[in-house]
Design a protein around this ligand. Structure first.
Ligand SMILES: NC(=O)c1ccc[n+]([C@@H]2O[C@H](COP(=O)([O-])OP(=O)(O)OC[C@H]3O[C@@H](n4cnc5c(N)ncnc54)[C@H](O)[C@@H]3O)[C@@H](O)[C@H]2O)c1
Length: 263
């Protein structure tokens, strides 16, 4: 038994901004000492490492610049993480793009492929690579002595994987696919004692939506809590799902949306 909640290695994509950055910093706050942060935005990664180190100088941070839609980049991220830290225990796949506001007949196949290539295929590529290592590692001790998991993956889907909004056909369908992927992998890897869940955020104040906040206003008004969420509020849910407090949570799509989808 260990009283530590996060004795293992965390890996976060999309870690240079918004939700991924909040997840990365939260792992450090909650005591995780080995954190691999990845993004295509190098400057964002530097910011994230600076924020972590300013409060927690003893945390070992690995920065990795990549495009999650590129298979070789993703393989490189996992190899670098294993080379440096020896394992990967908590993975949060948060890299994503919203894409242009267009209806299907206005969207080019190139635009469709870019959105789906990052939001869905990129999520699959990353979780596939994480699983390759997780299946071969021993579970860590847990905070209260219960049986631990070999690994825990949290994909960032969206409330838009459950309900849709106008002018985002590729994004909404990619996020629905991430929920389906999460459930399929959760079934397949239960026998390996690996948990795979996803989080479905509503409107969250991050750089992704600040530029298009005017489109988000109706969604904010529909949600009973009538406000956007914070990246920290999503990160808190991700950390719960990664932790040994969530050992019986498998294949769930945890909605973090101020009640949007129930209204
Ligand atoms: N903000 C919201 O309202 C909201 C709601 C639901 C779901 N989400 C999802 O949450 C996740 C994080 O979004 P956010 O709101 O923090 O946005 P954000 O734009 O602040 O962060 C997204 C990060 O992903 C990175 N990224 C994008 N494409 C990449 C690629 N191909 N390879 C590597 N990195 C890439 C970006 O550089 C950026 O740092 C996304 O998957 C998004 O779809 C966001």
């Amino acid at each position: 038994m260990t009283h530590e909640m996060f004795p293992g290695v965390a890996l976060i994509t999309g870690a240079g901004s918004g939700i991924g950055q909040a997840v990365s910093c939260s792992f450090a706050k909650e005591g995780c000492k080995r954190i691999s942060i990845a993004d295509r935005n190098e400057k964002g990664l530097q910011d994230t490492e600076r924020i972590i180190k300013s409060e927690f100088p003893d945390v070992d941070v690995l920065q990795y610049t990549l495009d999650v839609s590129q298979e070789d980049d993703v393989a490189g991220l996992l190899k670098a993480t294993i080379d440096r830290f020896g394992r990967v225990d908590y993975a949060c796949n948060a890299a994503g793009v919203l894409g242009p506001d267009k209806r299907s007949h206005e969207l080019s196949s190139k635009e469709f492929d870019q959105i789906v290539g990052i939001d869905y295929r990129g999520c699959w590529l990353t979780s596939r690579e994480e699983l390759k290592y997780m299946v071969n590692q021993e579970p860590l001790p847990t905070h209260d002595g219960r049986q631990g998991n070999r690994g825990s993956i949290v994909n960032i889907a969206s409330q838009l994987g459950i309900v849709s909004r106008p002018t985002a056909p590729a994004y909404c369908s990619a996020k629905a696919a991430v929920i389906g992927l999460t459930k399929s992998d959760a079934i397949d890897y239960s026998k390996d004692n690996i948990r795979i869940n996803c989080v479905c955020p509503g409107v969250i104040e991050t750089p992704m939506v600040t530029e298009v906040m005017e489109y988000m206003k109706p969604a904010i008004d529909i949600a009973p809590l009538k406000r956007p969420g914070t990246a920290q509020e999503v990160a808190d849910c991700v950390l719960f799902l990664c932790s040994s407090k969530a050992t019986f949570v498998q294949g769930s799509a945890l909605v973090v949306d101020g009640g949007y989808v129930i209204n």
